[in-house]
Write a protein that binds this ligand. Structure first.
Ligand code: FNR
Length: 385
């Protein structure tokens, strides 16, 4: 429970008024100064003309809130539980691979920041640090594991078993990246693909089944391990029918990431998924795809009122979180925002990004007339112009 007295407002201003950048654009600009161009472009970029990346942001600009007055919002409670996982706010960290290209310690500062703020972290299959090492950095703090279903089922099974064994409380299957999208910026940077250089493959080099597929150990030949990973990654033959195998493999909740319409929402539910994430991968996969926020109402309608519906792609501000929840999301994920925090300030940078977003969300909630995320619904939004 937070109380918007002098102290919390002062705290919010202290977050903004410190040495850190204020606002998403300032964080991105500071990160751009710091990073090598290929690394910056890899994070910042999207598919093709980047029309979908822009559409994700425009969808938030287009929606307008309709604040309600005099609702007694002196105290508020942002705490949210999704599929049994508790979070201090309706915000989670999206899986972002290969964080070693923006920080020498890779995912570890993010793991510590997530633990310090009580915000769940989703650990990527393309991480630069093994899921066990990330788990060790987090202690008992909540974490989910994001699965890329590579084209070797024994490796997939091994990854899921390790996630179960190291305290991850849900498996997020990413549906939209059975093949990496067409990304102009990376192609211009001499076809920048960190995995080929052996970066972002730590879940695999630490995996006994993957290692059994190699002729030499990753220590002896990291590039060969990278090449093996790249050949194992594409899996465009995967279908909804295959998901029955994952469903029976684990008793953890499974969440389908990359749902953009009612039809796929229904198929995900039929396939036994416990939740869906409305996402277009931050505009990195299909150029011209619908903005995630625009897809959210259809997915919520198809899923029905009680089914966990999450969203990401374009969340930048506290008001964006309010809009997404008002349109039917139970919680949202952020991707690039915390990566810029990592690039600029390591753990402290990620913490500041999270705290500022939560403080802005808290204040926005108070000012629109809601005491908790669950109070929000479509009546807090103006009709689209
Ligand atoms: C991603 N994303 C992603 N998703 C996933 O399921 N597994 C992954 O390994 C990655 N890797 C990744 C790397 C980078 C550099 C970015 C920017 C994104 C997608 C991510 O989870 C999320 O869907 C988007 O980042 C959300 O959009 P915003 O918040 O970045 O606009």
């Amino acid at each position: 429970m937070t109380e918007l007295g002098e102290s919390t407002l002062a705290q919010a201003y202290a977050i903004g008024g410190g040495d850190w950048p204020v606002g998403y654009d300032a964080w991105e600009a500071a990160a751009r100064e710091k990073l090598e161009k290929p690394a910056y472009d890899y994070v910042a970029g999207g598919a093709g003309t980047e029309a979908t990346m822009r559409a994700n942001l425009e969808a938030f600009y287009r929606r307008r809130l309709r604040p309600k007055m005099l609702r007694g919002t002196q105290t508020r409670d942002l705490a949210t539980t999704v599929l049994g996982t508790a979070s201090s706010a309706p915000i989670m960290l999206a899986p972002v691979g290969v964080q070693s290209i923006v920080h020498p310690e890779g995912e570890l500062p993010v793991a510590r920041a997530a633990a310090a703020t009580g915000i769940p972290m989703t650990v990527s299959t393309a991480a630069s640090t093994s899921m066990e090492d990330i788990a060790a950095a987090m202690g008992d703090s909540p974490r989910w594991y994001q699965l890329y279903w590579v084209n070797d089922r024994e490796v997939v099974e091994s990854l899921v078993r390790r996630a179960e064994g190291s305290g991850y409380s849900a498996i997020v299957l990413t549906l939209d990246t059975l093949h990496i999208g067409w990304r102009d910026r990376d192609l211009r940077n001499s076809a920048f693909l960190p995995f080929l250089a052996g970066k972002g493959i730590a879940q695999f080099t630490s995996d006994p089944v993957f290692r059994s597929r190699l002729d030499e150990t990753p220590q002896d030949n990291l590039l060969a391990a990278g090449a093996k990973w790249v050949s194992m990654f594409p899996n465009l033959g995967l279908t909804w029918a295959d998901c029955a195998w994952l469903r029976q493999l684990t008793s953890l909740p499974i969440v389908a990431k990359g749902v953009l319409g009612a039809e796929d929402a229904r198929l995900a539910i039929e396939a036994g998924f416990d939740g869906v994430i409305v996402s277009n991968h931050g505009g990195r996969q299909v150029d011209g795809a619908i903005a995630a926020l625009d897809a959210l109402p259809d997915v919520r309608a198809a899923a029905g009122p009680g089914f966990p519906v999450l969203m990401d792609s374009g969340i930048r501000r506290g008001a964006d979180v309010v809009k997404a929840i008002a349109l039917g999301a139970d919680a949202v994920f952020i991707g690039r925002p915390y990566i810029w925090g990592l690039a600029v300030g390591g753990q402290a940078g990620v913490e500041d990004v999270i705290k500022a977003l939560v403080a802005e969300l808290d204040l926005t909630l108070a000012l629109v007339g809601a005491r908790r995320p669950g109070d929000l619904d479509g009546t807090f939004l103006a009709p689209l112009p």
